[in-house]
Design a protein around this ligand. Structure first.
Ligand code: 5GP
Length: 190
């Protein structure tokens, strides 16, 4: 997606060979016009997949997920990282090791929002080693629902997450596929 590539080239900051900082437009300050384009793109890619729900993780997945949900006309659920006082029922949960924070946390969704008849599109800001995606897949399976595919804003293809999801047979659509961050330069798979 050219507008996203351009934004990453112009405003992304390569923090190391492994980490790309995009807090100017995706996960701190948010560019709504770019999020709309991202939502349009995911909706076009998955419009014939019978999606009934979108699932993401708070907080950075919410902006692209909501624009996609608006476009597809389906609700958006975000897995919560902290158990809120109002979420007292039995939760569907999974542990996820955070690539950027280097800590393990539990993410959870209320079973009231997912049923076995749901066909779910997972949306997330980044795909690195795939831990966040695998945790969401586990939660969706616990609900008996179907994972119809994954929409990723930025995939770091040099890490293992994509290959694992491919091997498991999931459809993964990434709007930017980063081949390398070596030498402080972002190179894309075009
Ligand atoms: P994974 O679980 O696939 O290893 O990592 C995905 C999660 O880690 C994403 O939800 C994202 O929040 C975070 N993440 C992974 N790599 C990066 C990165 O290079 N930059 C930023 N800003 N976040 C990342």
């Amino acid at each position: 997606m050219e507008a996203l590539h351009k934004k990453i080239r112009e405003e992304g900051v390569v923090l190391s060979d492994q980490v790309l900082k995009v807090d100017a437009f995706l996960n701190h300050q948010i560019d709504p016009a770019l999020m709309k384009l991202i939502g349009d793109e995911f909706a076009a890619l998955f419009k014939d997949s019978g999606i009934t729900k979108i699932v993401t993780i708070e907080a950075s997945g919410i902006a692209p997920a909501i624009m996609t949900g608006l476009n597809l006309g389906v609700p958006v659920i975000f897995a919560r990282k902290q158990q809120s006082l109002t979420l007292t029922e039995n939760l569907l949960s999974a542990t996820v090791y955070s690539f950027t924070k280097k800590v393990e946390s539990t993410v959870a969704i209320s079973p009231r929002h997912l049923t076995s008849s749901d066909r779910v599109l997972i949306i997330d800001d980044f795909l690195a080693n795939g831990k966040a995606s695998q945790a969401l897949i586990s939660i969706i399976k616990q609900a008996g629902a179907t994972v119809a595919g994954l929409g990723i804003v930025i995939e770091k293809s040099f890490q293992g997450g994509r290959a694992e999801l491919d091997a498991q047979g999931y459809r993964v659509e990434s709007l930017a596929r980063v081949k390398s961050l070596s030498g402080g330069v972002v190179t894309f798979i075009e």
